[in-house]
Design a protein around this ligand. Structure first.
Ligand code: PTJ
Length: 247
């Protein structure tokens, strides 16, 4: 693998690509995950590869929402496991959430490889392998969830999937926090808190906000959640993408 010099203008983006490639080689990420990353990269390029102010507000609202949850679950797919395994474990610890593997291209081998990978990064309990409950109204593999995990959760973090699971979870009455660089994706559009940012920046920033809010009262957390304007967040991201200058 070619060494990427730190002063390369696209160093971060190239390193992220390599992490996805390594995920495919390890049997963690699906080949479709390479395509998904390419799609995400294009939006990120137009966003200036930075966390725009509306995304930072969404990340703070997400931290508050996770801290308020009775039972929060962070869903992990093959791209998330390749890009931010340790960061997801840290976020789960910071907000007292469970981690659950949930795959579109589900195989027992990939499920086990991702669970092991998360444990190698410090996770103690990884859900998703029991698959003893189903999300109603979905007829593909993403419907398979753990009864004491996503099925029971009141708040679910759903990163990187443009799909119908987000709609089905919302129909179950769950509060969804979505991380997706595409503000027009269906998942971002149904989310209570859509985070339009690269997952590699978003997850550590949600954790940072959660640590800052650790001692905040319920009222303060509720105020942060209710002041967050999801429509404005989607609109501001779309405007940044459409009008961004490419200097
Ligand atoms: O691991 P599996 O089997 O569950 O499959 C996972 C993928 C990602 C392959 C599957 O969910 C998929 O095909 O997703 P889509 O439909 O391509 O949607 C992925 C969404 O995530 C797109 O809207 C991308 O813009 C967005 N995205 C891709 N990379 C990133 C991202 N958003 C944030 N950060 C990224 N790094």
């Amino acid at each position: 693998m070619t060494e990427i010099p730190d002063d390369h203008p696209r160093a971060e983006s190239l390193r992220t690509r390599h992490r996805i490639e390594a995920g495919v080689e390890k049997g963690i990420t699906s080949k479709q995950g390479l395509i998904a990353q390419g799609r995400g990269e294009a939006y990120d390029y137009l966003l200036g590869e930075e966390t725009i102010p509306s995304a930072d507000r969404a990340e703070r609202a997400a931290a508050a929402r996770l801290l308020l949850a009775d039972h929060a679950v962070l869903s992990v797919n093959g791209n998330v496991a390749a890009l931010v395994p340790g960061e997801m474990v840290e976020l789960a610890d910071a907000v007292g959430a469970d981690l659950e593997v949930n795959l579109f291209n589900r195989t027992e081998e990939r499920m086990a490889a991702i669970a092991d990978h998360l444990r190698d990064h410090g996770a103690t309990d990884v859900k998703g392998l029991a698959a003893d409950a189903r999300i109603p109204g979905l007829d593909h593999e993403r419907a398979k969830v753990d009864e004491d995990g996503i099925y029971d959760a009141d708040v679910v973090l759903v990163p990187l999937e443009d799909g119908d699971r987000a709609e089905a979870l919302s129909a179950m009455g769950k509060t969804e926090i979505v991380v997706d660089l595409n503000p027009m994706s269906r998942s971002a559009r149904v989310a209570a808190v859509p985070i339009i940012d690269n997952i590699v920046r978003a997850v550590p920033n949600v954790t940072k906000h959660a640590r800052e809010l650790q001692d905040a009262s319920r009222e303060e957390l509720e105020a942060i959640v209710s002041e967050f304007d999801r429509e404005a967040a989607l609109e501001q991201a779309e405007r940044a993408i459409r009008q961004g200058d490419l200097d």
